[in-house]
Design a protein around this ligand. Structure first.
Ligand code: ATP
Ligand code: MG
Length: 215
């Protein structure tokens, strides 16, 4: 079904190592628009490293890490935010309000987009019930761990990226909270390409393709 489309994410013969220690050796894969893919593999295999290459934080030693046909490391921060949203295991709070957590101070993300993102993950009601709503200054205690994780998904989708990169986002959550995050993820995945790193496959309905990273 993807024969006539260009991949949106592609690794071509990528070899990469930190210092002299090779982590990925001649890795190849292609992911097509709208696909939902899970990267699995043992700890230390290089799964998170694949994301770091896609985020352009490092350059491959050889080969190409491509986002929509362009070398990932060449993209500007602005281009990157248009292209993908990145969610990690833990939330990184920026000094500022709840709104700032979602916009990361990008003036292009207006109130409507902020609220749409919060509604998508089911946090809007919680936020408006805070003393200053979206203007509430963030402190660790204003949200639970699961709510912070929902907020990081809201942050990732606020820029309307075409691709979501999710690195073990439910790893530290209890079953009930995980359920909540997976529900948010389902809405957030709508119409997007989703690449997730997990020891488990998120949805067992067979729509997720598995790529095993051997390192
Ligand atoms: P896990 O399932 O435990 O998260 P992973 O598959 O995500 O593992 P990576 O984090 O990509 O694995 O790490 C791959 C290898 O690269 C490991 O041996 C790790 O120690 C090493 N590594 C990761 N980041 C760095 C770094 N910044 N500097 C040096 N070595 C690193
Ligand atoms: Mg990892």
């Amino acid at each position: 079904i993807f024969e006539n489309t260009e991949p949106c994410v592609e690794f071509k013969d990528v070899t990469f190592g930190y210092d002299n220690h090779i982590v990925l050796n001649d890795m190849n894969f292609a992911i097509y628009p709208g696909e939902q893919v899970t990267l699995t593999g043992r700890t230390g295999a290089g799964k998170s490293t694949i994301f770091k290459l896609l985020l352009g934080l490092y350059r491959p030693n050889s080969g190409e890490a491509l986002i929509e046909g362009e070398a990932a490391y060449r993209l500007s921060d602005k281009e990157k935010r248009k292209k993908f949203g990145y969610v990690e295991q833990s939330f990184h709070m920026v000094p500022g309000t709840v709104r700032d957590q979602i916009t990361l101070f990008d003036p292009a993300i207006g109130d409507e987009a902020v609220q749409a993102a919060a509604k998508l993950v089911g946090l809007h009601g919680t936020i408006v019930s805070l003393d200053d709503g979206y203007d509430t200054l963030c402190k660790p205690e204003i949200f639970s761990q699961g709510q912070w994780q929902l907020l990081s998904i809201a942050r990732a989708v606020a820029g309307e990226p075409r691709i979501l990169l999710l690195d073990e986002i439910t790893a530290n959550l209890d079953a009930e909270t995980e359920e909540m995050v997976l529900r948010a993820l389902k809405s957030a995945s709508e119409g997007r390409t989703v690449i997730s790193i997990s020891h488990r496959v998120y949805q067992k309905d067979g729509t997720w393709r598995l790529i095993t990273v051997y390192g």
